[in-house]
Design a protein around this ligand. Structure first.
Ligand code: NAP
Length: 267
């Protein structure tokens, strides 16, 4: 049996992708094999999605597309396991391993077309932002296949590999920055007398709705800000307070700090 998709590592991200690829009919269950070292985990994935599960990574590596969804620190161990395994020469390697460069992946899979992929945590609820960077062996058809796979969990953009650290700093680390913003909004609401649960609901929906409005109306953020700041009103008073606290500089510094850290970890 030649599987179309082999997923190595049936953890959080592996399952997030698997669940949507099956639900959206992008792959039929019988076209997918997942390998994970824990048989009970494979059993869970088999019963939920009807896919084939194995503990043998070599078997999953016979697929046309091989998705590496293990933790980066497991990569050397995986390479040792696969050292004697013949991978079909045109099988595409998709790696979502944070911080692992194409050059390192090419050392381990010298014959293969490889795409380095950086998804983010909202992919687990289908609202991810994924950047992909292919190596020179990847065909346009394989790139389109990769885009289809990651569009199952959100949006996809292609970037040169040199931009992956910047992507990590923005969309990779961004969910944590936005979560802090949501928490701070809710804390502000509580400070102003709202019950915690109400404040949390207001904060989450405000962030979600604002992002949706910006996206659907294709507005520049400054346009939206101008639309909601009436002269002498409440919102401009809040914007003024944020500017005095250096809010935008702080957020930019956060992205740059994460970018710098990603560069350091990748060396
Ligand atoms: N989660 C995210 O939001 C996110 C975002 C961007 C990128 N990523 C990347 O996605 C990758 C996976 O992250 P994750 O959050 O899904 O991690 P995870 O939940 O720990 O999943 C990894 C899975 O791989 C299994 N595994 C361990 N050793 C293995 C081996 N030798 N062969 C096959 N499978 C093995 C693990 O089993 P055990 O649990 O039994 O060890 C686990 O089920 C990471 O490289 C990470 O950098 C994740």
């Amino acid at each position: 049996m030649v599987y179309q998709l082999g997923i190595i590592g049936g953890g959080v991200m592996g399952e997030a992708l698997l669940s949507r690829l099956i639900a959206q009919g992008i792959y039929a269950p019988q076209q997918v094999i997942v390998s994970d070292p824990v048989p009970a985990r494979g059993e869970v994935l088999r019963s939920r999605y009807g896919v084939t599960a194995t503990t043998d990574n070599a078997q999953a590596c016979q697929a046309e597309i091989i998705l590496l969804a293990i933790k980066p620190q497991i990569l050397s161990q995986l390479a040792r396991q696969l050292a004697m395994v013949a991978i079909p020469p045109h099988s595409l390697i998709l790696s979502i391993l944070a911080g692992v460069p194409l050059a390192r992946l090419a050392e381990l899979f010298p014959q293969q077309p490889i795409i380095r992929v950086m998804p983010n945590t909202p992919a687990t609820v289908g609202a991810g932002m994924t950047a992909i960077a292919p190596n020179a062996q990847v065909t346009p058809q394989q790139q389109a296949q990769a885009e289809t796979i990651f569009q199952a969990v959100g949006e996809v953009v292609q970037v040169p590999e040199a931009s992956m650290d910047a992507v990590t700093g923005l969309s990779g680390s961004g969910p944590a920055f936005v979560a802090l913003m949501v928490e701070a909004l809710a804390d502000g609401g509580v400070a102003a007398g709202l019950p915690r649960a109400t404040a949390q609901q207001l904060a989450i929906q405000t962030v979600l709705g604002t992002a949706q409005l910006l996206k659907e109306r294709n507005l520049h953020p400054a346009q939206l800000k101008d639309q909601v700041t009436s002269p002498g009103g409440t919102t401009i008073a809040g914007v003024n307070a944020l500017e005095q606290q250096g809010f935008r500089g702080a957020v930019m510094a956060a992205v740059l700090a994460a970018y710098g850290r990603s560069q350091t970890l990748g060396q």
